[in-house]
Design a protein around this ligand. Sequence first.
Ligand code: ZN
Length: 99
Amino acid sequence: MPIWIKVFGLRPHWFHRRFLYHIASLIGKPLKLDEATTEIDNPVVARICVEINVLEKFQLEVPIQIDGRTHYFKIQYEGIPNYCKICRHRGHDMASCFA
Ligand SMILES: [Zn+2]
């Protein structure tokens, strides 16, 4: 399912589609960039829409090699619905599953 993620820890010169899609591809399948991100209104946070597998664990940080150094980018997920891995239904989490 498509979900918006925010990427923190970027520098202004990293704000181009190819680099942002590279980060997003470690989370899932990149779909599109937020308009404000495309126009670099706010070169601190990038917003990217990503197709993710909700059954997988959400990564809160992704490591990227840049010029021989590893940079860690914090990832924030927007609007993840509760998803129950037991009965595979949305709307409640595993702790409140009665299946
Ligand atoms: Zn359930």
